[in-house]
Design a protein around this ligand. Structure first.
Ligand SMILES: Cc1cc2nc3c(=O)[nH]c(=O)nc-3n(C[C@H](O)[C@H](O)[C@H](O)COP(=O)(O)OP(=O)(O)OC[C@H]3O[C@@H](n4cnc5c(N)ncnc54)[C@H](O)[C@@H]3O)c2cc1C
Length: 416
């Protein structure tokens, strides 16, 4: 396979990882984004490199909880009701994918995708002289009751099948590991494979700087349109910079990727799963690793800029205004776990990001069905940081004509 010039739309963790791996394979790369590298959804995530999370977010046990969650506008999952008709096909597909047989297949695909996550991270961070950004300490999970712990047995069995053991911890062991956590949990466990990064934005910028050092080009502009000639993407039209001819194109535009896929005639189901974070710069506690708490889907992560509380899922489309009360609603849960956590004050920062979500919890990694010189890398939902470097490697292998270590058919763009 001859080396080529590859244009990538999107400079989030997926686009930048793809550029870096393509460059390692000898290709020339140009990355285009309307914002600076890592300023999209990749900016504010919980920082979890959660490779043991093989079960999809929506599965039979969670499905039963959803009706209750939807009744609470500040709950873990909410939909703005005016948006429901638009999101309905996605929700119906998500429901079908929560059936046990589908969950088994999706789990297998996620397990395969996670196999080389840490190695692929190490490769890119080492090249970028930023290996210390990945902290290899397993995350904790905290339970108020033994019944809550028992309820997660299915998830533990699924993880064990893929080699990830969630070791159970007594209250005494929790206190020994993290003394600032509350003392009245019924029990805890390790996640079995959930490291964290000290700053998700810096992960992207460090790799982006390395791409530029190695001769790659990063352009800050808005891609308005991809022009087609026959079965090829021929050129892109930029808001500020006129037109550029294309050799090969990879779409890594996060939650906005469907604008492109649709214009190419590829039918993909993608929704913005909006999540929030709060960062408390001086939290008043010390934490040596991240944790999750059974009462709500949120992760608490010690980062360079303070303690980050991040999570929840809101369906309201791409452009609706953020509801900052959802960010603040994370704090009481964190306070329950960290009794000495400082209150929300003027120093706290809030953020909302759009996870690019597919209804089966699997990303789209592979060629366009219609255009012969277009590939996709998007739809990583809750796992984009985790799977970013691996997606980059897989796309680089595909575009270089090399065989991958896993079966890529579950990630095809024509599965919807
Ligand atoms: C609250 C929260 C917590 C999370 N926690 C975790 C976690 O702990 N672990 C984990 O693995 N994942 C987590 N995620 C998910 C993860 O952040 C995302 O899956 C990931 O960032 C997606 O990366 P991306 O590169 O696809 O998208 P993005 O980072 O959004 O990048 C896409 C880029 O494309 C650009 N773009 C789009 N359209 C155009 C256009 N027309 N022209 C030019 N540029 C364009 C955008 O500007 C954007 O910068 C979390 C997400 C949220 C919201």
């Amino acid at each position: 396979m001859t080396q080529s010039h590859i244009t990538i739309i999107g400079a989030g963790i997926i686009g930048i990882s793809t550029a870096a791996f393509l460059q390692r394979a000898g290709h020339k790369v140009t990355v285009i984004d309307r914002v600076a590298p890592g300023d999209g959804c990749s900016f504010g995530n919980a920082g979890g490199v959660a490779f043991a999370e093989v079960m999809p977010t929506i599965h039979p046990r969670i499905l039963l909880k959803i009706p209750g969650w939807l009744l609470d506008p500040l709950g873990p999952l909410t939909i703005r009701w005016s948006y429901l008709p638009k999101a309905l096909p996605w929700f119906l597909a998500a429901g079908r994918n929560a059936l046990p047989d589908r969950v088994r297949k999706i789990t297998a695909a996620r397990g395969a995708l996670s196999l080389r996550v840490v190695g692929d991270f190490d490769t890119l961070l080492h090249d970028a002289n930023a290996s210390d950004l990945l902290v290899k300490k397993d995350s904790l999970r905290l339970y108020d009751t033994e019944a809550q712990y028992r309820a997660e047995e299915t998830e533990r069995i699924a993880k064990r099948e893929y080699g990830y053991e969630m070791k159970k911890l007594s209250p005494g062991e929790i206190a020994e590991i993290e003394p600032d956590l509350a003392r009245d949990f019924a029990c805890g466990s390790f996640h079995g494979g959930w490291y964290y990064v000290r700053n998700p934005k810096t992960v992207v910028t460090s790799i982006a700087e390395c791409v530029v050092r190695n001769g790659g080009e990063i352009i800050c502009d808005d891609v308005l349109e991809v022009g087609q000639e026959g079965s090829r993407a021929a050129h892109i039209r930029l808001k500020a910079g006129g037109e550029r001819k294309l050799d090969r194109l990879v779409i890594c535009a996060g939650a906005y990727s469907n604008f492109f896929a649709r214009s190419f005639g590829d039918k993909v189901l993608l929704e913005a799963e909006r999540g929030y974070h709060l960062v408390i710069p001086d939290p008043g506690i010390t934490l040596g690793r991240s944790f999750t708490y059974v009462a709500t889907p949120m992760a608490v992560t010690p980062m360079d800029m303070g303690l980050r509380l991040a999570g929840t899922d809101e369906f309201a489309g791409l452009e609706a205004e953020p509801n900052w009360k959802r960010a603040d609603a994370l704090w009481p849960f964190a306070k329950r776990c960290l009794p000495n956590l400082r209150a929300i004050d003027q120093n706290v920062s809030r953020w909302m990001g759009r996870r690019p979500g597919t209804p089966d919890g699997l990303p789209v990694i592979g060629p366009s069905r219609r255009l012969t010189n277009v590939w996709y890398g998007f739809g990583h939902s809750h796992m984009g940081l985790t799977w970013g470097p691996t997606t980059g490697r897989l796309l680089s292998e595909l575009l270089s004509g090399n065989k991958s270590n896993i079966d890529l058919s579950p990630f095809r763009a024509d599965r919807f």
